[in-house]
Design a protein around this ligand. Structure first.
Ligand code: GLV
Length: 331
């Protein structure tokens, strides 16, 4: 009996290949960039398991090419790159890596908020360029955090971890907009559930931390930015298309909000001539929220465990479509 084949779409922490190679033939894409589409399709054509990243579009075409494919494990919490319905219809199990990146993503979100509010990157770059000539009484004036109001759109695991940091660390008042009430956050963090518009008008800091789906795509558009305080800071470390990027740039250029911090953009990465790289009061990081040594190791291990379960015909430990139990491939 030949061993099942697993394709990993990029070099990831070695724990994944170590775990998988005890049971399967593992091929790791060696490039720094993702495989192009035709290469990906040709690799998937031979694979029983696919360990993907959020850079790969897993759609019906790819799933049809993957005639042997039983399981796709995305090394990410978000799965908006995957057509879940198409996978489910074809009996292909889909897994992700929830939970383990909550704290590192919350940390990065707060780092962006501080960087924008205190103009850290701008002043660092000026210092590096030799522009530090004196102590400037009116230079680099930013915003205090203590006792301010933060509005979080999407108070799930990561949103709650951000709220804890800001409430306990800076005594912030927590507003949130969410499809469902969050009684724990209301009790423990004195969180108040408000409408999206109330959140926009009342918050000093507005944080996008919700899933990307047709109802949330582009909710942060020009009219949303215009409803925010002129002193507001907008942070998005969830998914780029939650904000309409040209509207954010226009709002920052017109001084309609104080600043913005983005760990995600639309598209990703922005092309080299994109105005986002020259927008004032904007701090941009290249989708690094989960990028800590510890978190990426845990994500790689979880992603590999999903594949092993899928190849064994067992329910995935971290499943997106638990109704699908893949056919056993391992002997
Ligand atoms: C990162 O953005 C993830 O979804 O894991």
């Amino acid at each position: 009996m030949t061993r099942p084949r697993v394709f990993i779409t990029r070099k990831i922490p070695s724990v994944a290949a170590e775990l998988l190679s005890s049971q399967a033939e593992v091929e790791v894409w060696p490039g720094a960039l993702p495989p192009d589409r035709s290469t990906l399709l040709s690799k998937v054509a031979d694979a029983d398991g696919l360990l993907s990243l959020l850079t790969e579009k897993i759609d019906a075409e790819l799933l049809d090419v993957g005639k042997r494919l039983r399981v796709v494990s995305n090394m990410a919490v978000g799965v908006n790159n995957i057509d879940i319905a198409a996978a489910t219809a074809r009996g292909i199990a889909i897994g992700n890596t929830p939970g383990v990146l909550t704290e590192s993503t919350a940390d990065l979100t707060v780092a962006l908020l501080l960087a924008v509010a205190r103009r850290v990157v701008e002043s660092h770059l000026d210092a590096q360029r030799g522009l530090w000539k004196t102590w400037e009484p009116l230079g680099y004036l930013g915003l205090d955090l203590l006792g301010k109001t933060v509005g979080i759109v999407g108070l799930g695991r990561i949103g709650t971890a951000i709220a804890k940091r800001l409430h306990h660390g800076w005594e912030m008042k927590i507003l949130y907009a969410s499809r469902t009430p969050r009684p724990d956050a209301e009790r423990e963090l004195k969180g108040v559930r408000v409408s999206f518009d109330e959140l926009l008008t009342q918050s000093d800091f507005v944080i996008a931390m919700t899933d990307l789906n047709p109802s949330t795509q582009y909710v942060f558009d020009r009219s949303a930015f215009r409803k925010m305080k002129r002193s507001a800071v907008f942070i998005n470390s969830a998914r780029g298309p939650l904000h309409r990027q040209e509207d954010l740039i226009a709002a920052l250029e017109a001084g309609e909000i104080f600043g913005a911090g983005l760990d995600v953009t639309d598209p990703e990465p922005p092309p080299p001539d994109d105005p986002i790289y020259r927008t004032p009061r904007l701090v941009l990081t290249p989708h690094i929220a989960s990028a800590t040594i510890e978190t990426r190791n845990r994500m790689a291990e979880m992603a590999a465990r999903n594949i092993l379960a899928g190849l064994s015909g067992e329910p995935l430990p971290f499943s997106i479509n638990p109704d699908v139990v893949p056919r056993k491939t391992l002997q």
